[in-house]
Design a protein around this ligand. Structure first.
Ligand code: SAH
Length: 242
């Protein structure tokens, strides 16, 4: 994980968000991974309203309180929903185009990489949504992740983060798992995105099952609670300082 901001020439998701914001429509945002066939993120979904959000995201927005930090805020959909609920939110993202769109939409947004050690503003709630554990990248970075959480969290603050247990991708019909224990953790994926001619650098994106998240939370001085579970191996967790 670097601490930097994306160059606009390598920011496909930002380009898609920018297009949709300007023109009300966008081309296909393609996601590649060595583990899957090419997939697509519907760009309109990145502009979802509170009513269109999955229940776990709505729950997170309802629980968010005090000074709120929306990490990897994208189009600003969660920040805008929070503002409509009268809440105080700051959004950060490494995508300059996304930040430009958020500012245009009235969001208090800044170009900040969550891993930049110089960023140490303090918040009561840190929101990480749409597979929020993705930003951890890979398990080698998890200690750094908790160090950064400590740097931006008030002592009695909390992190609201969602993810999914990808075990269903490896499950046999009899319920056993086709997982090679010598391999990396099964939720560790590599992604690369493309929008029109804009191709991003490949990056690591981590899906964490709740028990693994809770294990590392405890190792790093945090407590993890399962707030709610979704319908398909997905969940919302709350992290607080132990
Ligand atoms: N939360 C939004 C967007 C999710 S996509 C939503 O739910 O719709 C993930 C976002 O995180 C992207 O906008 C990406 O640019 C941003 N991001 C990735 N790594 C980041 C980092 N280290 N610091 C800040 N933002 C990051």
């Amino acid at each position: 994980m670097t601490n930097s901001i994306l160059p606009t020439s390598g920011d496909p998701m930002g380009a898609a968000i920018y297009d949709y914001h300007k023109n009300g429509k966008a081309d296909t945002l393609v996601v590649r991974s060595s583990m899957f066939d090419d997939d697509e993120i519907p760009v309109a979904d990145l502009f979802r309203s509170f009513e269109d959000m999955p229940f776990l995201e709505q729950k997170a927005l309802e629980l968010a309180h005090g000074r709120i930090l929306d990490v990897g805020a994208g189009s600003g959909c969660h920040s805008i929903a929070l503002m409509k609920l009268g809440k105080d939110v700051t959004a950060i993202d490494i995508s300059p185009l996304s930040v430009q769109v958020m500012l245009d939409r009235g969001v208090h947004a800044r170009q900040v990489n969550f891993y930049d050690p110089a960023y140490d503003e303090k918040f009561d709630t840190v929101l990480m949504l749409m597979n929020g554990t993705g930003i951890i990248g890979n398990l080698d970075n998890i200690g750094n992740f908790f160090t950064r959480i400590k740097a931006v969290l008030n002592p009695d603050g909390c992190v609201l983060i969602d993810s999914s247990d990808l075990r269903y991708l490896f499950e046999e019909e009899d319920g056993s798992l086709m997982i090679d224990l010598a391999d990396d953790y099964y939720g560790q994926l590599d992604y690369q995105m493309q929008y029109k001619g804009v191709v991003g650098e490949p990056f690591d994106w981590l899906y964490l099952d709740f028990n693994t998240l809770a294990y590392y939370a405890e190792e790093n001085g945090f407590k993890a609670e399962l707030v709610a579970e979704g319908e398909h191996y997905d969940y919302l967790a709350r992290l607080t300082l132990a």
